[in-house]
Ligand binder design. Structure first.
Ligand code: SGN
Ligand code: CA
Length: 514
């Protein structure tokens, strides 16, 4: 009898170990253009690229509401915002909801979330969590543990979050498969890099996007209302870290307490060993600004360069830390049986249309990077152009773990696509709905659908429609809503939008569409 029990324990633990592990790494605002597997113009990211080389790269992965809290609630529930309740960053996520960790645990998984959380209520259903309060800080971040205690952890946030994740991996129950959600704060605004990467990237000159000088007047209400312009809305003090000493010398510039406070808050958090050098690098910006002040075109060009230097330097830390996780998996013989997913909560404007931030349904911010490596199942170097969406993450991870996704989830499992069982996804259109207005960037609420070729957007509070041909106009600059040649496409797309809106049962906002 004892022998039978012993054999049973051995076989069941072996069986449990064979279930794949899942590491889901999500950075904050990391646009795909800042990953060299997608675009080589801005940065080389050898570690994230390794996931593409050894796994599958999604060329067309999107979100359903391009903003932080909502994207995170969608990750947990597999649902669009109107069903999971998290429509904007100001909402509190209902922690009693059935979520990914609660569904995967009964399959024998141990679960953890480490890093940015941003759902106001504390995590539930995880065996372990350690999160940043709110947006979190770049240097010496505070973290909240499961007892509700907040402590300061010395170091740089991207390194600290990775340290915490590696620590959890080391101390986990090694008999069980695991799901680890590792959420970076970087490269979120206000883009504060580590000295070593700032030194590298402050010397670089980045190519300007062709639409950097886009004229808002050529477009509708929504474009005119936004406040996410690099020239007008990106702050010199806290976003670009220009010393108030220089700002106070700019003719006609109203130095406000926000700039001074923002600059000081950032600098005072940086350890003294790095602060002096960092201040020196940023002082160069102040000196340059004095020479170009008054010439908007030169100021925009310079602000764009400084923005990119900081953003890309933050990305370099993310890439380096993805490398640390992959090394850990290699060293511990975990690589083969672990699905590593890399993504961001959405895309981000890196100067296109003269903008920063996200929110819009335009591809720049609706698209997110998505790379999945799982050596046991995914053919290395695979590329898919099937349209995936963040509603698919929870069903996919459940499917990987052998759990059938519940039918109330809106997404579909990407596993058959990943493993090559299915060549493409059958879904024809993706649904999108953005709500938050006016804070922070005055992006007018909108909903719409994205097909392979066309995109239809309805800014319902200003009653403006937009239609784009993504094939002839991938930068979405030419609204075809009044084009006689496109009226048939328009009515087809409207029909598809109504269909999807009904399918997802999203009727509270926007009223009747006509
Ligand atoms: C902060 C940022 C905004 C950003 C929101 C939401 N301002 O308020 O630029 O859009 O977060 O970002 S900051 O000056 O405080 O950085 S999100 O990623 O959480 O959705
Ligand atoms: Ca974000």
């Amino acid at each position: 009898m004892r022998l039978i029990i012993f054999l049973f324990l051995i076989t069941s633990s072996c069986f449990a170990q064979q279930k794949p592990n899942i590491i889901y790494i999500m950075s904050d605002d990391h646009d795909a253009d800042a990953i060299s597997a997608y675009n080589k113009k801005l940065i080389s990211t050898p570690n994230v690229d390794r996931l593409a080389r050894e796994g599958m790269m999604f060329k067309k992965a999107f979100v359903g509401n391009s903003i932080c809290g909502p994207a995170r609630a969608t990750l947990l529930t597999g649902q669009h915002s109107h069903k999971n309740g998290m429509k904007d960053n100001r909402t509190r996520f209902d922690s009693s909801k059935t979520t990914l960790p609660k569904l995967i645990s009964p399959a024998g998984y141990q679960t953890a979330i480490i890093g940015k959380w941003h759902l106001v209520s504390y995590p539930t259903g995880f065996d372990y969590w350690k999160i940043l309060p709110g947006q979190g800080l770049y240097y010496n971040p505070r973290m909240i543990n499961m007892k509700g205690d907040t402590t300061v952890i010395n170091g740089y946030a991207t390194d600290v979050i990775t340290d915490e994740a590696l620590n959890w991996l080391d101390n986990r129950d090694k008999q069980k498969p695991f799901l680890l959600l590792l959420h970076h704060k970087a490269p979120h605004r206000n883009f504060v890099p580590k000295l070593k990467w700032l030194e590298v990237f402050s010397k670089k000159n980045f190519p300007e996007p062709t639409t950097l000088f886009a004229d808002m007047k050529q477009h509708g209400q929504a474009w005119q209302r936004q406040r996410m312009s690099i020239l007008h809305d990106m702050t010199l003090g806290s976003d670009l870290k220009i010393d108030p000493f220089y700002l106070s010398q700019l003719k006609g510039f109203k130095l406000d307490s926000g700039d001074i406070r923002g600059y000081n808050a950032i600098m005072n958090r940086i350890p003294e060993t790095e602060r002096k050098k960092i201040k020196e690098i940023y002082a160069e910006r102040g000196k340059q600004l004095l020479t170009i002040w008054g010439n908007d075109s030169l100021v925009l060009k310079a602000k764009y360069q400084w923005y990119m230097q900081d953003f890309i330097a933050c990305v370099a830390s993310v890439d380096e830390n993805v490398g640390r996780i992959l090394d850990y998996l290699d060293k511990n013989n975990l690589s083969n049986n672990t699905a590593v997913i890399y993504t961001a909560d959405q895309g981000f404007y890196l100067g296109e249309n003269g903008w920063f931030d996200k929110r819009w349904m335009y591809d720049v911010s609706m698209q997110s990077p998505l790379l999945v490596r799982w050596p046991e199942k995914i053919k290395p170097g695979s590329i898919t152009t099937s349209m995936a969406q963040n509603i698919d993450f929870a069903p996919t991870m459940l499917d990987i773990a052998g759990v059938t996704p519940p039918d109330w989830m809106h997404g579909i499992s990407l596993k058959p696509l990943l493993t090559g069982k299915q060549k493409s996804l059958l879904r024809k259109n993706l649904y999108y709905h953005y709500y938050e207005y006016p804070i922070d960037h005055y992006v007018v609420p909108h909903l719409g659908i994205r097909g392979e070729r066309y995109k239809l957007i309805y800014f319902y509070t200003v009653n403006e429609w937009e239609l784009y041909d993504l094939k002839t106009d991938p930068q979405e600059q030419k609204n075809l809503i009044k084009s006689p040649a496109h009226q048939k496409t328009l009515s087809q797309m409207k029909g598809e939008l109504l269909k999807l809106r009904n399918q997802y049962d999203d009727h509270e906002q926007a009223g009747e569409l006509h």
